[in-house]
Design a protein around this ligand. Structure first.
Ligand code: TYM
Length: 339
């Protein structure tokens, strides 16, 4: 089992990142460690160049993201934890895959369509070609399991398509260059929605901070955000089927279930009939009990700049070694002369 995933270090990591992805990084890290596999988790800072960004902010938030991931339970002794920019093989392999990826495939990416909107001509080339870098990220390590939220599923399918076409075009059937990666998506919590609008994804780039619970929020901030979360005046039903047209209510129940590691129906079994005046404080207490210890560890770890730098330096060295054989195989398969 080879686990690979990345997170953009722009902005603060939030509850959607945690429940949709980070919690599974930790789960799969432990499985891989127990079973003799490997786990690679990285900060996708090169991906951040696809949108306008502030260099000083990116620099600071990259180090904070390392502290957050360790606070969430990633153990640098068992996971290769690194920053993409410190492992140039990612960008190198992206270029080698550019000849295989098709314009039509990239044009169909919903994230590209959403982010570009009507102004495609004005977007950076990086925003368009970003999924090819994402394919390189996972193929470089022969990933088998890629823990992500629902929104990354399509990018992972593209990575499989690229791997398959490259193998078909340039490798023999019994010696493929790339392994086809499988997305690993949580059943519940695959898509946590904004606290202000149940039809929009909880996102780092949403301007209103009230729309998300950041993993760095303190207990008062969390309680206030849940208190002000948008809801409707109806009490909770006793089963999820009763929440079909109530996006915000359904999101809060999903968040509760994911935090309590139970099913939404079990949550409604317990809280059905209650109004939000009662349910929201219960949800806030639960979130604080799960996320509070993570925040405390984060606050401690982020003071220790030297340790964070050391984690990244060690992770990058390991990642460069781990990716080298696949990169060599890709260069050779393409017939490129390297001396
Ligand atoms: P990013 O930084 O937007 O998000 C990091 C992870 O969090 C998940 N996620 C969510 N899950 C549930 N509900 C939400 N509201 C929510 N918002 C985000 C994402 O699905 C993701 O798993 N392109 C990627 C980073 C990346 C990557 C990779 C991922 C670069 N290379 C290779 C996997 C493999 C991104 O922008 O994620």
């Amino acid at each position: 089992m080879i686990v690979v995933s990345g997170i953009q270090p722009t902005g603060k990591p939030h509850l959607g990142n945690y429940l949709g992805a980070i919690r599974n990084y930790v789960k799969l890290q432990d499985e891989a460690h127990a079973g003799g596999g490997k786990c690679f988790i990285f900060l996708a800072d090169l991906h951040a160049l696809s949108m306008p960004h502030e260099p000083a902010e990116l620099h600071a938030s990259t180090l904070e993201m390392v502290a957050t991931l360790v606070a969430c339970g990633l153990d640098p002794a068992n996971t290769t934890l690194f920053n993409q920019a410190q492992v140039p093989q990612h960008a190198e392999l992206q270029w080698l895959l550019m000849g295989t990826a098709r314009m039509g495939w990239l044009n169909r990416m919903t994230q590209w369509k959403d982010k570009a909107g009507k102004n495609r001509e004005g977007q950076s080339v990086a925003l368009f070609s970003y999924p090819v870098l994402q394919a390189a990220d996972v193929l470089l390590y022969q990933a088998t399991h890629v823990p992500v939220g629902e929104d990354q599923k399509q990018h992972l399918e593209l990575a499989r398509d690229i791997a398959q076409k490259f193998n078909n075009d340039f490798a023999s059937e019994d010696a493929p260059v790339f392994t086809l990666p499988e997305p690993y998506i949580p059943e519940a919590a695959a898509r946590i929605m904004s606290l202000r609008d149940g039809t929009r994804k909880m996102s780092k780039s949403e301007p209103s901070d009230m729309s998300r619970i950041n993993l760095t929020d303190d207990a008062d901030e969390m309680a206030q955000k849940f208190r002000k979360a948008r809801t409707d005046p109806e009490p909770l039903p006793s089963e999820m089927a009763g929440l079909d047209d109530r996006a915000e209510a359904s999101n809060l129940v999903t968040i509760y279930a994911a935090l309590a590691e139970t099913s939404p129906d079990a949550v409604l079994g317990e809280h059905g009939g209650k109004g939000f005046g009662e349910f929201k404080p219960a949800l806030a207490d639960l979130a604080i009990s799960v996320l509070g210890p993570i925040r405390d560890r984060f606050v401690e770890l982020k003071q220790d700049r030297e340790s964070l730098d050391a984690i990244l330096a060690r992770g990058a060295a390991q990642a460069r070694d781990a990716g080298a054989p696949t990169l060599d195989a890709a260069y050779n398969a393409l017939g490129l002369v390297r001396g």
